[in-house]
Design a protein. Structure first.
Length: 124
């Protein structure tokens, strides 16, 4: 083939390329923009107060998890979970402590997060 010629694709034979569709991406649960903004607002306040220092977000087929850490090398202090299967029962949102204890569960994320945003009582 000389310079400037365009090769014709082979048709049919053993070396022909077959176009295969991309496999469907596995469905996963995620936080929407408003939910993530609500969580990050709380996270920012707690970082400014020196309480929290790191986070991780996991999107899985059955739930989305926002994990909060004091140090990145530790277990998460809290997990904020969104589990749509529970939305008609106890509520899709929950705050879970590192021991697995559910601190609060509900249908509205703002109300569930209030358990983490309580003001500290200062005594003299």
């Amino acid at each position: 083939m000389s310079e400037g010629e365009i090769a014709e694709p082979m048709r049919g034979g053993p070396g022909s390329a077959h176009i295969l569709p991309f496999p469907a991406a596995p469905k996963q649960v995620a936080f929407d923009r408003k939910e993530l903004q609500t969580i990050l607002n709380l996270y920012g306040r707690m970082v400014a107060a020196g309480e929290w220092r790191d986070y991780a977000i996991d999107f899985m087929p059955d739930k989305a998890v926002f994990s909060i850490y004091r140090r990145s090398s530790e277990m998460p202090l809290y997990r904020i979970e969104k589990d749509p299967k529970l939305s008609k029962k106890q509520g899709a949102y929950s705050v879970i402590v590192s021991t697995g204890l559910i601190l609060k569960r509900g249908h509205e994320l703002d109300r569930v997060l209030r358990v983490l945003d309580k003001p500290k009582v200062v005594s003299n």
